[in-house]
Ligand binder design. Structure first.
Ligand code: IVH
Length: 672
């Protein structure tokens, strides 16, 4: 080897040695925080990244591998709080695949080793806490954490409190020894309840359901564990004396038959293409599940084939975790700015060092309100955990105090509105700018008015709205309809075709149904469904404007707060002026109370919870297009409840009334 190259390689190797040591120390620290303290500081994705870097270095320079390297073991040493339990079979970790290529590579290795295409089994990867559970002669006798994989912690009384974990198996011929592996987790709704209670007691909140499950499982007092509704799904059997289980699918059926919970979405497949379809479909649905998952575990189904494949020091070769894009990341919070909304609400938001999370690059995140910042203890310049879970708007979850340098600063809410300079009102929970002529509120109002659920004026976004206000071409939203092409041509970036486009879009909007106009007015508490119910009931804007609180209360789904807000809005002199202008501009102000006909006519729907594929408004619009009526509350007249994730009380009411419930997949079927 030429001398120069040799020197370079030596230098590279020594740099790698130093970096590997660094990585090992970091990984040890984070594993300890995760497994022992239940207080992880970095996201799973952050941990995986460090681990991959170390794996890469060790692959290049195998002499750097130490016996205690995090790449060679699982988890962290058990804590001293609980008695140690020696697992009869090591609790391993799983290798990850972050994309289809890595999945292909794993499958290729399996096929090569076995010499045939094996049957596979897919299950959601539950984002919970790994446990080992033993039944002796059909009775629950032991539950333990993973610990370092060999020795875990005895948490038998805590696991006993899990609802859905039978103290006795439902069989007359139980195996003499049944040792299981499973995942303990908290449903998202239960996690939120736990945090709500902790908040009321002034205690520190858990950052996510997994931390809450871990913290709950490792309580010294099982009464506290029992007070929080943990759940469990079993995903494997390591010893079953006296049973003859040959495949994982058979195992699943057996567990179910004796009363042990397995994931309802577990599925046997025979082709890799089916695995990919399963992973894609599960990723799509992940936010409509009531618990968190972070991927899919793909396993060889046949237990004899598994034995042939064996395991590395860390993970079985017969399984792989197909990981979804991470929804939590760590980054630096560079500053906190405030935004003034349509109703004057002033909300702080974080300016972040851009980071990829939930599949997109995020540079801003909501902080909700100043008390939320206080509650979370977030400072400017902090390292923070950012989350974007299904919802479009990312949020700052928590700071990472141990990474502070001392230069971090507290955020102070401005005393004056950043848009109009008027003093802010701090009397309510929400800080508000109460100046009705505030430019920021006006701009948000225009954006809402021209938005898709309202008047749907194409080509009228923030930039154009801003220019219209800036150049004093409009003073209220009605002025939009008096803009001529000459005026539009004075806007920056507008000439020729784009002038006509905007002009035509404005003319088209004059004929929108009146519920869209009503919704577009941005009356507090009037969403698009309520607007539709009210428009259906009264038939004209004039009638709505003349209605009293009692008249409005007669509309199904309208309560007192909504009714009072509407009456107050139409009582304002400014509103009367606005309506007058709408009329003059030729907007449609009344509606024949026509029953739309279509395949769904005569059917009443209520939509609740979060939908994945579209917003609730859009779903309502599409149902109405098919002739359906969409109401805002469940009653005996409701035919179907469409329930997205976190459906809340409407679902309970629908179930009580025996109303048919559609999940999002059912809705999509119907719409298509
Ligand atoms: S099978 C290695 N199936 O993920 C033993 N594990 O990251 C085979 N996990 O330690 C595990 N959901 O605690 C399996 N459906 C599932 C799972 C699952 C969550 C956990 C498990 C494992 C960890 C590895």
């Amino acid at each position: 080897m030429p001398r120069k190259k040799e020197e370079q390689q030596e230098a590279d190797q020594s740099a790698s040695r130093i970096r590997a040591e660094e990585l090992r120390a970091q990984l040890d620290f984070h594993a300890y925080r995760y497994h022992v303290l239940d207080a992880p500081e970095i996201s799973d994705a952050g941990y995986d990244k460090l681990m991959r870097e170390l794996e890469g270095l060790e692959e290049r320079y195998p002499e750097l591998i130490t016996p205690d390297s995090p790449t060679q073991r699982v988890g962290a040493a058990p804590s001293q709080l609980f008695a140690p339990v020696q697992h009869s079979d090591r609790l391993l970790s799983l290798d990850n695949a972050f994309n289809d290529d890595e999945l292909d590579a794993w499958y290729g290795r399996v096929v090569k080793e076995l010499g045939r295409d094996p049957a596979l089994f897919c299950e959601p990867k539950i984002d919970g806490v790994s446990v080992a559970v033993v039944y002796e002669n059909g009775r629950y006798i032991r539950g333990a954490t993973r610990g370092d994989g060999n020795v875990g912690e005895d948490i038998t009384p805590n696991i006993r409190t899990i609802r859905g974990l039978p103290p006795k198996l439902d069989t007359d011929e139980p195996p003499s020894w049944l040792e299981l592996r499973g995942e303990v987790f908290l449903n998202i709704a239960d996690f939120e309840k736990v945090n709500e209670e902790l908040g009321e007691q002034g205690k520190t909140l858990f950052a996510n359901p997994r931390n809450a499950s871990a913290g709950t499982l490792r309580q010294k007092d099982p009464k506290i564990t029992a007070s929080r509704p943990l759940s469990i799904y079993f995903h494997g059997v390591v010893r079953a004396d006296g049973l003859n289980l040959r495949t994982h699918s058979e195992t699943f059926e057996y567990l179910q038959s004796v009363g042990l919970r397995v994931h309802p979405d577990g599925k046997k497949v025979t082709k890799l293409a089916q695995v990919k379809a399963y992973c894609a479909a599960t990723n799509e649905r992940r936010h409509s599940l009531d618990h968190e998952i972070d991927g899919v575990v793909v396993k060889v189904d046949d237990l004899a084939e598994r034995a042939d494949l064996g395991a590395t020091a860390k993970a079985p070769r017969w399984a792989i975790a197909f990981k979804f894009p991470p929804e939590e990341q760590t980054t630096v919070l560079n500053d906190i700015h405030v935004n003034v909304g349509r109703t004057g609400a002033v909300t702080p938001f974080a300016i972040l060092e851009p980071v990829r999370v939930g599949g997109v690059t995020v540079s801003q995140a909501t902080l909700h309100n100043p008390s939320e910042i206080e509650r979370k203890g977030v400072l400017i310049d902090d390292h923070v955990v950012v989350r974007r879970a299904g919802d479009v708007i990312p949020e700052v979850v928590a700071p990472i105090p141990s990474l502070r340098s001392g230069t971090e600063r507290k955020f102070k809410m401005p005393k004056k509105c950043p848009s109009c300079g008027e003093p802010l009102n701090f009397d309510e929970v929400v800080t508000r700018c109460t100046n009705l002529a505030c430019p920021a509120q006006f701009l948000e109002g225009i954006f809402h008015f021209a938005g898709r659920g309202a008047m749907d004026i194409d080509h009228l976004g923030y930039k154009t709205g801003h220019a219209l206000v800036e150049q004093k071409l409009i003073e209220d939203v009605a002025d939009i309809f008096f803009l001529d092409e000459e005026a539009i041509a004075t806007l920056p970036g507008h000439k020729d075709k784009s002038v006509t486009n905007l002009f035509d879009a404005i003319q088209r909007a004059k004929d929108r149904p009146i519920d869209r106009l009503l919704y577009g007015l941005g009356i507090r508490h009037v969403g698009s469904t309520t607007a539709r119910d009210i428009a259906d009931h009264f038939g004209s804007i004039e009638q709505i404007a003349a209605a009293g609180v009692d008249d409005l209360l007669a509309v199904e789904g309208v309560g007192r707060v909504v009714a009072e807000s509407i009456v107050e809005f139409f009582r304002r002199p400014k509103t009367a002026e606005l309506l007058e202008k709408f009329k003059r501009a030729g907007l449609r102000m009344s509606e024949e109370r026509k029953a739309t006909t279509g395949p769904l006519s005569g059917k009443t729907f209520v939509i609740t919870g979060t939908l994945e594929a579209m917003s609730r408004d859009e779903a309502a619009r599409r149902l109405v297009e098919l002739g359906a009526k969409v109401a805002s509350s469940v009653s005996k007249k409701t035919d179907y409840l469409v329930a997205g994730s976190s459906p809340g009380s409407k679902l309970a009411k629908a179930e009580q009334l025996g109303i048919e419930v559609l999940d999002e997949a059912g809705l999509l079927d119907l719409l298509n």
